[in-house]
Design a protein around this ligand. Structure first.
Ligand SMILES: [Cu+2]
Length: 635
């Protein structure tokens, strides 16, 4: 639940909101001489607006000292607060209920907004205005519906004009957990929306109270009741009553009428004024509802993208489809099943078992937390809890079976890159096989007819899954080894880019918002990469594997040239082998090179793009990212 700093803020916010609401409820019933409908109005609004609701209550409504309520609530700005509270309590309750239900139903955002408006209006008009106020207004229920329709319409329009853009922009913003009612952020957006709606509805409510179109705050002292005290100044009360019809209630009660009598709300607003205000309220409503559609995709629903967190700077247009957003979204830290420190390395050789002459390997995918540097972890998609996945090594001519079980939150497949095998074992999702769904297993089986350096990787949502770590080395030893390809030592370099921001891991991609800021060489960033130890005169075979999928890395070795002996698993004829000191390792490519230790000292293997040898743009101990040291001792 708590995966972002905003979540901690929201916990505090809702704790304060709960405390504020409890205080307002207690004080309303214990100390405040006010009609029940207003008590509930303040209680609900404090629940939605938290400490701001409490602030409004204390400054505008809470009786400062016994007998002073009548005079205290008299100023027009306080009457406007009362009128707005009343509107917001009803409308916001309807809107919030509708928002939660439409999100659960998976309706598109633009439908949500219309349903929310209709529900908020209905709640405000039929329940909060017409039903709860009936005793104060007198008349029949339907007379009240008719009388309050226009003021309620104007107030609701202005409130939704403030609330709708807040909901649209924040729900369809970077952190789309805001679309899920099961997330605290959803309720945080609702609170902020109500605060914005209160602000936009307040001015028009002040005007309507001044024109006697709406009730403001009221005082109610039932004879013999708890609040039946003499007001501080009867002159004040009379004056207030004259200005604001609501106070008549008090006088009537004190005058001995047991039930609230009716009073006529005689407004001095002209038809022209009403038409102008109503017209402007409709325009602001239209602006608030429609304008966000210029920037965010309101055709999406909580079911499409709810819960996804997007990387900073990703371009999300009004026509960005849901699938594209999900592809780019952060790994949900709550999917992580295991955490591994620097003591666990990837690319560990997986030992097969023998089943009737077939070498059987078991691969399982899952979301893990993987350490790439001291104190720096990524949330990765991994085979067998390793990044890179375990090294599969077998001999040319052997038959192998690889059981792939998928525990990822999405489907996957595995492709055996560069191998000659039956089409149905090749791996592309939807093309040669149905994807392996969460919890399912697929049995890949083939005979190794080639030899050399290969690798395996996901072939379903490749852009996302391979970028998050779903790959591993696949090395096939030749049935007849060539002595000219032998070396004293061997090291396999598997390349990858990462995008790690604000504690969340996104798949790195060569696009806006997807550019990587960490780079790993066989699962670690320098200075946490391995060190290879040789003696002068010894040889080292480096197998470079372009296991990454968005960037080309010119891999360079210091201390003199190496001999390129194989490309993409194919051994070069002796006459075709060549000397070089840098090979451009593109996605999917492999280079086997043999380097000789000529001089003692520390010699680097690194990518020659400077940015790729930094960690989050920082050099540490002379570099970072795609860099490792060959430490050569004297012979
Ligand atoms: Cu590079």
């Amino acid at each position: 639940m708590l995966i972002q700093p905003i979540d901690y803020f929201l916990v505090v916010w809702f704790a304060l909101a709960a405390a504020s609401t409890i205080y307002v409820a207690w004080d309303q019933y214990k100390n405040n001489p006010e009609p029940v409908v207003m008590k509930w109005g303040f209680i609900l609004v404090t629940l939605y607006m938290g400490p701001l609701g409490l602030l409004l209550y204390v400054l505008a409504d809470k009786e400062p000292r016994p007998g002073e309520h009548e005079a205290f609530i008299r100023p027009l700005w306080k009457q406007g607060v009362g009128s707005t509270i009343h509107c917001v309590a009803g409308d916001a309750t309807g809107i919030i209920l509708a928002a939660a239900i439409t999100a659960l139903l998976g309706l598109p955002m633009w439908v949500d907004l219309i349903v929310e408006y209709a529900t908020g209006f209905a709640f405000g008009l039929f329940i909060f205005q017409s039903l709860f106020m009936q005793s104060m207004m007198g008349g029949t229920y339907w007379q009240n519906v008719r009388h309050t329709f226009l003021p309620e319409f104007i107030s609701m329009n202005c409130m939704m004009a403030g609330m709708a853009p807040v909901m649209s922009f924040l729900m369809m913003g970077r952190d789309m957990r805001a679309m899920e009612p099961s997330e605290l952020l959803f309720w945080g957006v609702m609170s902020l929306g109500v605060i914005a709606g209160f602000a936009t509805a307040y001015p028009v409510n002040v005007w309507m109270v001044a024109r006697n179109l709406k009730h403001g705050l009221m005082t109610e002292r039932k004879p013999g009741g708890r609040f039946d005290v003499q007001p501080k100044s009867s002159a004040d009360v009379k004056e207030t009553r004259d200005a604001h019809g609501g106070h008549e209630q008090h006088a009537q009660h004190r005058g001995g009428q047991a039930t609230g009598g009716s009073h006529d709300m005689q407004s001095d607003a002209t038809h022209a004024q009403l038409a102008a205000v109503a017209g402007v309220s409709v325009l602001t409503l239209a602006l608030g509802m429609v304008a966000p559609a210029n920037w965010v995709n309101l055709t999406l629903s909580a079911r499409d993208v709810g819960g996804a967190i997007m990387p900073p700077g990703m371009i999300m247009d009004r026509d960005t489809p849901a699938a594209a957003m999900l592809d780019m979204a952060a790994v949900d830290p709550r999917d992580v099943v295991a955490t591994y420190g620097l003591d666990v390395r990837g690319d560990r050789e997986l030992m097969p078992r023998d089943e009737s002459g077939i070498k059987v390997f078991d691969l399982e995918t899952a979301v893990i937390r993987w350490t790439i540097l001291p104190g720096v972890t990524v949330d990765a998609y991994a085979f067998n809890g390793q990044v890179p996945g375990p090294r599969l090594r077998f001999h040319q001519g052997e038959r192998v079976r690889i059981n792939v079980t998928n525990h990822l939150p999405e489907s996957t497949t595995v492709h055996w890159h560069g191998l000659i095998l039956p089409n149905v074992m090749d791996g592309p999702a939807h093309i040669t096989q149905e994807p392996i769904e969460h919890g399912d297993v697929y049995h890949y089986e083939f005979t190794a007819v080639q030899s050399g350096t290969y690798f395996y990787h996901s072939h379903d949502h490749v852009d996302r899954q391979q970028s998050l770590g779903l790959y591993g080395a696949l090395i096939i030893d030749p049935s007849a080894p060539d002595p000219s390809l032998a070396a004293d030592h061997e090291y396999t370099v598997l390349l990858q880019e990462w995008l790690l921001r604000e504690g969340l891991t996104y798949p790195a991609m060569p696009m806006d918002g997807g550019q990587p800021n960490y780079f790993t060489l066989t699962g670690r960033a320098y200075p946490a990469t391995d060190t290879i130890r040789l003696r002068v005169g010894e040889t080292l075979k480096v197998r470079f594997i372009g296991s990454n999928n968005g960037f080309i890395h010119p891999m360079h070795i210091h201390g003199g040239p190496f001999q390129v002996v194989a490309i993409d698993g194919e051994t070069l004829q002796p006459s075709a082998r060549y000397m070089a000191d840098t090979v451009n390792v593109g996605p999917g490519q492999r280079y086997d090179v043999i380097w000789t230790a000529r001089q003692p000292g520390k010699w680097l293997i690194h990518c020659h793009i400077g940015h790729h040898t930094t960690n989050n743009n920082l050099e540490m101990q002379g570099g970072g990212g795609l860099m490792m040291v060959i430490e050569v001792a004297s012979a």
